[in-house]
Design a protein around this ligand. Structure first.
Ligand code: DAK
Length: 259
């Protein structure tokens, strides 16, 4: 894997890759180099058969406090429109394997947008979520008005985007923005345990499942059901489907081969 300066890469357990944002002095503000590194690491993980699930995390104080304001401040409309960095966001959104965000502390602006691009969010009790861009005279630009609204609904999304309202971890849990809130000391451990469990499952089915659930955000019901049916049928072309069903019938544990 390539050398990185602003993220740390680990393989903490069989089948699990971990990306840790590492700009603690600026609360993990996301500048273009960090985004390039995240996209590069994910591209490498996507073709690594030994990685089946990836965790994206920051530190206890901040997952990420947003895009780097010092990098953004002098930009013009043309700079923004021509910014090729948007490709990194697409790489993250299109990452085919399950991606878990383990978040704590500040999850703001582009940081929340990044976490919402992941598939599952596990939060520490200290996590705070917000889209405070309005305080800078801008609006969210990497999905905050779209992904957040689909999760929390219009009225609350409007309050968050128009008035920089923040959510605490329990509010985020109640709204379904995160799937679990755990003590600060164990949030990463918890995400790792979940990642290990998912990594032990049938790999092709995992990718089909991710693709199908994500289609619920992109497609209308009929098209979404059609895509689900196609993905379901495709799995009957894999050895893992035969193995999974035979193992059930023979009352033994399945051995997945990823084919
Ligand atoms: N950018 C740069 N530096 C930041 C930063 C940020 N977003 N957030 C914090 N820092 C830096 C601070 O400047 C400070 O640096 P020093 O002064 O020590 O050098 C250090 O981190 C510690 O921050 P504070 O001293 O402010 O710490 P506090 O605990 O007092 O306050 C805070 C924490 C999170 C409440 C505060 O730092 C804060 O309000 N930060 C800014 C939060 C914010 O406004 N976030 C939204 C940024 S705009 C797009 C992709 C993405 C985006 C848009 C488009 N495209 C692909 C098109 C996203 C935009 C955004 O995220």
């Amino acid at each position: 894997m390539a050398e990185f300066e602003l993220i740390l890469i680990e393989k903490p357990s069989d089948g699990v890759g971990l990306i840790r944002l590492n700009r603690p002095k600026v609360l993990n503000a996301l500048n273009s180099s960090v985004m390039n590194e995240i996209a590069t690491a994910l591209t490498a993980f996507s073709s690594d058969p030994n990685v089946r699930v990836v965790i994206l995390t920051g530190n206890e104080k901040a997952f990420a406090a947003g895009s780097d304001i010092s990098e953004m401040s002098g930009k013009t409309e043309t700079n923004i429109l021509q910014d090729t960095g948007v490709r990194n966001w697409q790489t993250i959104a299109n990452f085919p394997k399950p991606l878990i965000a383990a978040v704590s502390g500040f999850v703001l602006g582009g940081g929340l947008e990044l976490a919402m691009t992941c598939d599952i969010m596990i939060a520490s009790e200290s996590a705070r979520f917000g889209q405070p861009e309005i305080n800078l005279g801008i609006i969210p630009g990497a999905g905050g008005t779209q992904r957040l609204t689909r999760v929390v609904g219009k009225s609350l999304a409007m309050e968050m985007v128009l008035n920089a309202r923040m959510l605490n971890a329990n509010e985020a849990l109640r709204l379904g923005l995160v799937s679990k809130v755990v003590p600060l000391e164990t949030y990463l451990e918890n995400a790792l345990e979940l990642a290990k469990q998912i990594a032990a499952r049938a790999p092709i089915a995992l990718q089909a499942a991710k693709k199908s659930v994500n289609a619920a955000f992109e497609l209308g019901l009929s098209k979404g059901l059609e895509l689900e049916r196609q993905q379901f049928a495709m799995l009957f072309n894999t050895s893992d489907q035969k193995e999974g069903m035979n193992a059930f019938l023979e009352r033994r544990r399945a051995k997945w081969q990823g084919k």
